[in-house]
Unconditional design. Structure first.
Length: 270
């Protein structure tokens, strides 16, 4: 899944709505509606589906930045090895949100949210050359030997935070739906692993989903997180040694950021 299509979002809402209807009929107790409470504080944690870092890592692999960087050093019969299999995923699928709501009507809450989205990051390696050095008896046990690979390492990463307005409607005593726009601030890193550029940008977004109450303070939810796509500019990496000059080029890539979030939420009402 590379984007959050409207059809998939519709299926998500229908599934949560049916679950809400089932839970609501089974437990009509009004205590789930938090009677007499007008202020509510929310704290939520969620996991992004799919993991956005896998998309970036897959693109590195397609463009030849999916090689193995390795080195080996030996002193007679002792050997010290290290190896990294690229591309490497470096982002996090965890999202966090804090919010404050005010009750307008018995079944309506409106409020403000601040949150951190799941991040996406990956680095890739393209092998350029290999080198070796051996001192001592040739064959199985030289006194000293060293083998290593060298190449170009690329890096791309995006993280974001947001401010949002949220409206929630109670469908049944235990189930509710919510929707609202967000203003997203994104930090985008792109370039060589140790010489990348970072840019910031503001973009509109949104959240829409449904939730089920497990008790008066704990809820589970599924929601669509709508975010505009991120475009990473293309760039080249150059290096040189005694054998010549080497150049790698990584083309531009657009990463679709919309995804589904599954999580749990704690509510404190006053």
């Amino acid at each position: 899944m590379t984007t959050l299509h409207p059809f998939r979002l519709l299926i998500l809402f229908l599934a949560m709505f049916l679950a809400c209807e089932s839970f609501g009929q089974a437990s009509p107790n009004e205590k789930w509606l938090l009677p007499g409470k007008t202020i509510r504080i929310r704290l939520a944690a969620s996991k992004a589906v799919p993991d956005l870092s896998d998309r970036l890592a897959g693109e590195f692999d397609k463009t030849g930045f999916g090689d193995v960087r390795s080195s080996e050093t030996g002193l007679w019969i002792l050997s010290f090895d290290s190896s990294d299999d690229y591309p490497l995923s470096e982002g996090s699928s965890l999202g966090l949100e804090f919010g404050v709501d005010y009750r307008l009507r018995p079944k309506w809450w409106v409020g403000l949210s601040v949150g951190r989205d799941a991040s996406a990051g990956a680095s890739g390696f393209r092998r350029i050359s290999s080198s070796s050095l051996s001192i001592g008896q040739p064959g199985n046990w030289p006194l000293f030997y060293s083998l290593s690979t060298s190449g170009h390492t690329a890096y791309r990463f995006v993280s974001s935070a947001y401010l949002g307005i949220r409206a929630e409607y109670q469908l049944t005593p235990r189930c509710a739906v919510h929707v609202g726009p967000t203003l997203d601030l994104r930090w985008i890193s792109n370039g060589e692993q140790f010489q990348y550029q970072v840019r910031k940008e503001w973009r509109p977004g949104g959240v829409a989903g449904a939730q089920v109450s497990l008790n008066r303070w704990l809820r589970v939810f599924a929601e669509g997180r709508l975010r505009s796509a991120v475009t990473f500019d293309g760039f080249s990496i150059e290096s040189s040694d005694n054998d010549g000059e080497y150049k790698s080029y990584l083309s531009s890539f657009t990463l679709r950021m919309s995804h589904i979030r599954l999580g749990a939420r704690v509510d404190l009402a006053f």
